[in-house]
Design a protein. Structure first.
Length: 119
C-alpha cells in the first residue's frame, strides 16, 4: 500500500522512478513469498509420494503452474510500463508453453481412458 501511494505521488514528477518503484515492489513481494512457495511445493511432493503418483506428472504440473505465475507477473509489469501489446504476447507465449507441457499428461489420460473402454 505504501508503495502504491509513493508511486502515485512520484508518477506526476518522475514517471520513470515510479515505474522502477512498482517493479522493485513486485519483485520484493515475489521474493518474500519464495519461502511459502517452496513449502507448498514440498507439501505437494510429499502428498504425491504418499499417493504413489508418478513424480514426473507432479513436476510437470508444478512447472505449468510456475509458467502461469511468471507469465502473469511479466505481463502485469509490461502493462504497468504501458506496453499492452507486448503484455498480450507474453500471455499468449505462456499459454502456448503451458499447452506444450500439458500434452504428455493429456496423452497418458487419453490412453488410460481408451484402455478402460471395453471392446
Amino acid at each position: 500500500m505504501v508503495a502504491t501511494f509513493l508511486a502515485l505521488i512520484i508518477k506526476e514528477q518522475k514517471p520513470n522512478f515510479a515505474f522502477l518503484l512498482v517493479v522493485f515492489t513486485g519483485c520484493f513481494i515475489f521474493l518474500f513469498l519464495v519461502d511459502k512457495i517452496s513449502e507448498i511445493i514440498l507439501m505437494l511432493e510429499k502428498l504425491a509420494i504418499n499417493a504413489k503418483v508418478n513424480m514426473v506428472y507432479v513436476e510437470t504440473i508444478l512447472k505449468i503452474i510456475g509458467i502461469a505465475y511468471i507469465a502473469e507477473f511479466a505481463s502485469q509489469i509490461t502493462k504497468d510500463a504501458g506496453q499492452g501489446a507486448i503484455a498480450s504476447k507474453i500471455e499468449l507465449a505462456g499459454k502456448i508453453l503451458i499447452l506444450a507441457m500439458g500434452i504428455p499428461i493429456l496423452t497418458v489420460m487419453i490412453e488410460t481412458i481408451i484402455k478402460m473402454i471395453p471392446g
